[in-house]
Design a protein around this ligand. Sequence first.
Ligand SMILES: *[C@@H]1O[C@H](CO)[C@@H](O)[C@H](O)[C@H]1NC(C)=O
Length: 380
Amino acid sequence: MRSFAIFSAAVAVLSSGASAAGVTGAAEGFAKGITGGGSASPVYPNTNAELVSYLGDNSARVIVLTKTFDFRGTEGTSTGSGCLPWGTGSQCQVAINKDNWCGNYQPDAPTTSITYDNAGSLGITVKSNKSLVGQGSAGKILGKGIRMVSGVKNIIIQNIEISNINPKYVWGGDAITIDGADQVWIDRCTTSLIGRQHIVLGNSASGRVSITNNKIDGVTSWSATCDGYHYWNMYFTGSNDLVTLKGNYIYHTSGRAPKVAGNTLLHAVNNYWYDNSDHAFEITSGGNVLAEGNVFQNIDRVLDTTPTGHLFTAPSAGANSACSASLGRVCQMNGFGSSGTFNQANTNFLSNFNGKNIASASAYGGVVASVGKTAGMGRI
Ligand SMILES: *[C@@H]1O[C@H](CO)[C@@H](O)[C@H](O)[C@H]1NC(C)=O
């Protein structure tokens, strides 16, 4: 840890110059201590092929993005049948009939002919020991997401934007997929205009993940709620996942922000949810959620239905002392403005925090200002 701290400090000093490269700061929460590509000499991909190669090879790498990588149209298009389960209006998303999804699950929905971009369907493979870092506000990937799957480990994604992945089409692609990985840190990224999920942790165990200071931008022209608010945002359903969600700006969504299930311990702390047309949290069996020090502003329903998982919302000073035994401190209350209720005091899962790296929490009063300064790409 000591050498890593020195490395970060060196980068921080260099950052005041023009040509700094590398990761800023260090992961907090469950993924604390990870090094990504470590001190490998930075590489600067020029083409899509170079980016794919650096991310997918077996070398530890610091990969710095200084430009936009546009994958739209690079793998052709597919024309086929789709369906309209959410309505036929021009603001509604259309579902691709992937694996006969329409036939199996939406047999009564009207069908339509669709054309979508193939590049969005599957993200770029990211192997172990990588740092993927954007320079300033230059690092963008369009039309394709990234995937950390099948046992990869020790990956840092910082200060990039992922956007324009078949936004009209459900099953058109995800921005960030983590499935059967461990020690992943997603920091200061922006995702927008995505067909399916902004961040999805698949059903395999994904170990320790920290998702911090990101902007989930749900503004879209096509949504499953047909109102300009994106429905599929964060999906945490892994079989053995520890997820720290801290300092994120979760904006203009209408559902699954996040959905939590499987066997997931989610620590949602000091995030700012703003402007949601339906619900934020959906928690079903196996979802264990501690939500503290967050701000909910204009969130119709903070919680979809009474959770069948476990939820502690740090509801009162008295109740919050229950955190001390496992987190080593009291929990922080959440703040609400023009939002629905969020009041559950299930404490029987808090012992799952014992012995883990746990993110700090500050009072909700400073969250809007701090998230405004740090969340999303281009703030370093
Ligand atoms: C990642 O880096 C660690 C530490 O250097 C090394 O032991 C491990 O083999 C690397 N993993 C892969 C898949 O390259």
